[in-house]
Design a protein around this ligand. Structure first.
Ligand SMILES: Nc1ncnc2c1ncn2[C@@H]1O[C@H](COP(=O)(O)OP(=O)(O)OP(=O)(O)O)[C@@H](O)[C@H]1O
Length: 680
């Protein structure tokens, strides 16, 4: 889940506003979907309201379906005419021909209208599905990450895929089919009433019994359906977890153990569907039998009335044939009922996502890009304080390193600046303006974040760098050149059109990271937040990444969560976060003197690098650890100041990054690099 959240953060930040046309809808106050607080509309009204302008297709579809429904009765009429003529002795070849023709025309019209209805309803339905998915995605993109973490990727996927897909059942099938199955019988009933009202009413007896049975089926269905959908969501969640964590599953040989969880989820879902079949099967059978048993009533009842002279022979024939069969047309309503139960619960879950409070509009992003945290506190779950009493200022154009033990709250603190979460106490300001008052899309456009873990979509490299912007190929290439990834891309047979999926393992972690940096360069935001990465890169890649980051950070206000201590010396100031509090802020030398944790970290760092150099020297006399900066004091080991400066402005005249292989390896052993372990 954490991985999903991180990926989402990156995508969101780099996209700015993915669906600009939806901005007005999403810039509502954080009340979710904007539905009125009082009486909530029912699930079907909701679906119809989501259909919006697409309702015109649905209306046209309903009109066609109604005509198709009326046409079903034409066949009954044609056959009845022939029966009556035969009974009255007036049946001629022209009677047969005319009624056969009438029946044939009725059939052709019925299918033509049904086909037209189907095409129109599907068109309206799929357009609506698209709109609803965009609406939910856009809404979630404006929601705090905590709300997404709570729900889990599997659950959100179930809603976006399965539940939204169910709306298609309602819009493309249930509505037109209901009209088709009902209009014919309603017209037939009206006609029968005009001939003999008491007998016509008697035809409704099986229908009334069938309705009672349907009611029972639905009430049973709706209870189990909720559980079945929840079980499906759980199965999805476990499946996503299982497939997403396949590397770890393999690495730790957890195959059988983790599969057992998956198996349990599948069994649960299977069990629920068996329960549904058990509970509804007998009712469904009873419904079908009852709805088809009109003959059992109409033949004896009509026969008795005919025998007593209450009705004419032709009337008896009409009721014995049409009266006992016309209601069989509505037997398929049961299927509609089943679909409706599913649609209703799906629509409620879609609405539940749309009700997640979302960040909305506000003031434009300020002119200044300084950052100020005053009295900031934060808790993910409302009980455990992850941050408290943070007071910190970052000047415009300043480079601030944030260091601290693993889990101290460094990432959380910087995430409050980009409003992944809102501070639960105190205020975060940019340019003197509370971030909560800044238009959310504008804020995201002006804050770029580069994460340790790079999220790439399956699209082309071009799309991956553009991330929804309308940058030209030349602009993308310029960003890629600065990110030191252009050469790699141009060497690929399809260059920027290469699909990421087709590259498989041919893209290293470092190359991925440089693609992510190219995105951020293209975004050109005045504030840059860098969750500094080390794990993805080998020494050579690290040099390239450092160069790319140097280009990215030139002229920006930068906060870097530093996992390599060497990076700290390239920053103007250091902030140390310990156990959710800011224990020290200042320039390196000052913090080294005042902060025991920081002094210890540097001592450990020096020791680790000395060991590394020693190991390197003994392992290969011919591979000296050139320029390895080790000591914080700069006495006995090379000075960390000479370590590569990933944040320094690029100097085209000199190779500014001289990180040695040994140094880079040592960096990966730093005590500060803790997040990697947690993510694993
Ligand atoms: N999404 C989350 N939900 C709940 N708790 C979280 C979440 N993310 C982080 N935490 C918890 O908040 C605390 C601070 O985490 P954070 O990632 O900010 O620390 P960090 O200093 O950046 O750690 P590291 O150096 O390992 O990256 C930790 O206890 C962590 O377990």
């Amino acid at each position: 889940m954490l991985a999903f959240a991180k990926e989402h953060r990156e995508r969101r930040l780099l996209l700015g506003s993915p669906i600009e046309s939806k901005k007005s809808a999403s810039s509502a106050p954080p009340s979710g979907s904007g539905a009125p607080a009082g009486k909530r509309p029912g699930p079907f009204s909701l679906v119809l309201s989501w259909a919006g302008a697409n309702k015109r297709y649905l209306f046209a579809s309903v009109a066609c379906a109604s005509i198709a429904g009326l046409m079903t009765m034409v066949g009954y009429l044609g056959v009845f005419n022939i029966m009556r003529a035969a009974y009255e002795g007036t049946c001629t070849s022209s009677t047969l021909r005319d009624n056969a023709l009438l029946t044939a025309v009725g059939c052709v019209l019925q299918y033509a209208c049904f086909a037209a209805s189907s095409v129109l309803s599907h068109k309206g339905a799929y357009k609506t599905l698209f709109d609803v998915r965009c609406r939910v995605m856009d809404h979630l993109a404006h929601a705090p990450l905590g709300a997404l973490d709570e729900r889990g990727v599997g659950r959100i996927k179930t809603v976006l895929v399965e539940d939204v897909e169910r709306l298609e059942l309602f819009l493309a099938h249930s509505i037109p089919e209901a009209f088709m199955y009902l209009t014919g019988p309603v017209a037939a009933f009206a006609f029968l009433c005009s001939v003999n009202a008491p007998l016509a009413l008697a035809t409704l007896v099986p229908f009334a019994c069938a309705l009672v049975i349907l009611g029972v089926i639905f009430s049973r269905m709706s209870k189990v359906m909720e559980r079945a959908t929840a079980a499906l969501a759980r199965m999805n969640a476990v499946m996503v977890e299982y497939v997403g964590g396949m590397r770890t599953v393999k690495a730790l040989d957890m195959g059988t153990a983790s599969f057992a969880r998956f198996r349990r989820a599948i069994d649960e879902e299977h069990g629920l569907w068996c329960e549904i079949a058990r509970k509804t099967g007998p009712g469904y059978a009873a419904y079908l039998v009852v709805i088809e048993c009109g003959l059992l009533i109409m033949v004896p009842l009509g026969g008795w009335m005919f025998a007593t002279g209450a009705v004419a022979g032709s009337t008896y024939l009409l009721f014995a044939f049409v009266g006992s069969l016309y209601l069989t047309e509505i037997r398929l309503l049961q299927e509609i009922g089943t679909k409706l139960a599913q649609v209703g619960s799906g629509a409620r879950r879609v609405q539940e996502l749309l009700d997640v409070p979302a960040f909305g509009g506000g003031r434009p992003f300020p002119d200044r890009a300084d950052i100020e945290l005053s009295g900031v506190g934060f808790s993910y779950d409302g009980s455990v304080e992850v941050l408290s009493g943070i007071d910190l200022s970052v000047r415009e154009g300043e480079r601030l390193a944030v260091v601290g033990p693993s889990g101290a709250g460094k990432s959380t603190m910087v995430e409050l600046v980009s409003r992944f979460y809102d501070a639960t106490a105190g205020t975060v300001r940019i340019g003197g303006v509370d971030v909560r008052d800044i238009d959310y899309d504008d804020l995201l456009r002006n804050v770029a974040v580069v994460f340790q873990k790079t999220f790439l979509t399956s699209g082309s490299i071009l799309e991956n760098i553009r991330m929804g912007s309308d940058a030209s190929l030349e602009e993308v290439r310029e960003a890629a050149r600065l990110a030191r990834i252009d050469d790699f891309v141009m060497d690929l047979p399809q260059g920027y059109d290469t699909e990421m999926g087709s590259l498989g393992n041919r893209v290293s972690g470092g190359q991925r990271q440089r693609i992510a940096i190219a995105r951020a360069i293209l975004k050109d935001a005045p504030i840059l937040i860098l969750d500094e990465a080390t794990s993805a890169a080998d020494p050579e890649n690290q040099l390239e990444i450092d160069a790319a980051i140097a280009n990215l950070s030139a002229g920006k206000t930068v906060i870097v969560v530093a996992h390599r201590l060497g990076v700290v010396r390239t920053c103007d100031r250091v902030a140390v976060v310990e156990a959710g509090r800011l224990s020290c802020v200042g320039e390196h030398e000052e913090v080294l003197r005042r902060c025991p944790y920081y002094a210890r970290a540097w001592a450990d760092y020096d020791r680790a690098r000395s060991l590394e150099i020693g190991f390197g020297a003994s392992a290969s006399a011919s591979a000296p650890a050139a320029g390895a900066p080790v000591s914080a004091s700069g006495a006995s080991a090379p000075d960390p100041v000479s370590a590569p400066d990933p944040l320094a402005p690029p100097d085209p005249s000199a190779p500014s990054f001289v990180a040695p292989a040994a140094g880079a390896r040592a960096a990966s052993a730093e005590p500060l690099a803790g997040k990697e372990a947690r993510h694993a």
